[in-house]
Ligand binder design. Structure first.
Ligand code: AMP
Ligand code: GLY
Length: 432
């Protein structure tokens, strides 16, 4: 079949790499793709938010499956659009009602409370209820967690130490700091623990598969310092997310989420990203996303042994049935190379040279090809993903995988190149 994948990041590179390995695929198109996705399929200059243009491309090119990589088109209703206009198209990604799990933090919290899913205590406020918001802040202990209800390009969460500042920021947010997305603000209890990302593929009818768990590294600086980024690296599996922990995740979070969607009448066919935190051995939900994680996908795809297209086809047609999900036991890591200055301002259009990468896979993110030259085109430039030694376990497996990715990081050059040298270090310390 012909498949159209929407997006242009490292996540889409990893999805394209995996999709291209499937025997079920005739042609893979990536829109708009990046400087590396041409290795797996055909890049198409289309905006994922221009549904009419996407529909015309689908019709003209015999596309049978649409895989939506990022959240924006989902929250904007691309799945609903195609269910109405081209009902035969298989769409991987939830309808608008399901995309609300990411599109509205207030909705996500209500959903969790309704379904008894463990999460931080919270309340939501608008400008009309500002005074109540101040009182709720006084009930909580520092640090204070303030979240813009809507999509804010990963910038809508503030964690603040002082009560005075939290009050000020609450007012600012409600007065339009993040535009319409912070017209409602969720205030919640701060949870202390270590985070991990769990990915679920579900078929809208109660069927699901749990993909390999990963941990990402969000801050720009080593030792988890500095500003938040889209993600600087990832490791899968996560030693603390052992069988006992994952059994709790499945019973207390995955099943009630999947069943809660069905009972709300939401036909959710696609990936659910559970941002989890372990608090005293117990998993709690920090957030839902309605897509795969980036850069987690650049590690997780290496660990899926089965045909991802067969799984996605099952999910998108409403029946995962007994389609197998086999997981590669090896550890996989990814290290993100970023532009100097990121996540602040940075230069684009710098030439990239790629030397000997060994067994490492380079998933392009912010890159572009221009006249046969590879150039930087974004903050996160390239994710370097490697397997660990098959015979190693725990910290040794992570270390051997990182050694490969860090060697490869030395072989990719562009002005201002930066990467964190401590990816996985916390997990290696925990598993010693
Ligand atoms: P979110 O966009 O909801 O994932 O929040 C971004 C980041 O803020 C999360 O990955 C956590 O590191 C942190 N965070 C969010 N909510 C909480 C919370 N209730 N307690 C502690 N940290 C949080
Ligand atoms: N790695 C976090 C995210 O994709 O949102």
């Amino acid at each position: 079949m012909n498949i159209l994948l929407l997006g242009s990041g490292g996540r889409e590179s990893a999805l394209a790499w995996k999709i291209a390995q499937s025997k079920l695929v005739d042609k893979l198109f990536i829109a708009p793709g990046n400087g590396g996705t041409g290795a797996y399929g055909i890049n198409v200059a289309l905006s994922p938010l221009d549904f009419e243009a996407v529909a015309k491309f689908v019709a003209d090119n015999g596309v049978e499956m649409l895989v939506v990589g990022n959240e924006d088109p989902l929250v904007a209703g691309i799945t609903d659009y195609f269910r109405e206009h081209i009902p035969s198209l298989l769409v991987v990604g939830p309808e608008k009602g399901g995309a609300m799990l990411e599109g509205s933090k207030d909705f996500a919290k209500q959903f969790m409370v309704e379904n008894n899913i463990p999460t931080a205590r919270y309340r939501s406020f608008t400008l009309d209820t500002l005074e109540e918001g101040y009182r709720f802040l006084e009930e909580l202990k520092a640090p204070y967690v303030l979240k813009a209800d809507g999509l804010a390009a990963g910038k809508g969460v503030l964690i603040i130490d002082s009560l005075d500042e939290a009050r000020r920021e609450l007012k600012e947010m409600l007065s339009g700091m993040f535009g319409a997305s912070s017209a409602t603000v969720v205030i919640e209890e701060f949870l202390k623990g270590i985070e991990c990302s769990v990915f679920v593929l579900t078929d809208g009818h109660g069927g699901y598969r749990i993909l390999p768990v990963a941990k990402d590294y969000k801050r720009i600086g080593e030792g988890d310092t500095g500003l938040n980024t889209g993600g600087m690296g990832a490791v899968s599996p996560v030693p603390f997310a052992d069988d006992v922990f994952m059994a709790k995740v499945e019973e207390r979070i995955v099943k009630p989420t999947v069943e809660g969607l069905v009972s709300r009448g939401i036909d959710y066919r696609g990936f659910i990203f559970l941002g989890l935190i372990e608090v005293g051995g117990e998993p709690m939900v920090i957030e839902y996303n309605v897509r795969m994680g980036d850069p987690e996908t650049e590690a997780v795809m290496l660990r899926i042994d089965s045909d991802l297209v067969e799984l996605m086809k099952g999910a998108a047609s409403g029946c995962l049935g007994d389609i197998p999900l086999k997981i590669d036991p090896r550890t996989a890591v990814t290290v993100m190379l970023v532009s100097g200055g990121y996540p602040g301002s940075y230069a684009k259009g710098l030439e990239i040279t790629v030397g000997e990468l060994g067994d490492t896979i380079a998933f392009h993110a912010g890159t572009a090809m221009a006249d046969g030259r590879l150039l930087t085109a974004g903050g996160r430039v390239m994710a370097l993903s490697s397997y660990g030694d098959a015979s190693a376990t725990g910290a040794d497996a992570i270390r051997s995988a990182l050694e490969r990715s860090y060697n490869a990081a030395g072989a990719v050059e562009f002005d201002g190149k930066y990467f964190r040298r401590d990816i996985g270090r916390d997990l290696m310390a925990l598993s010693n």
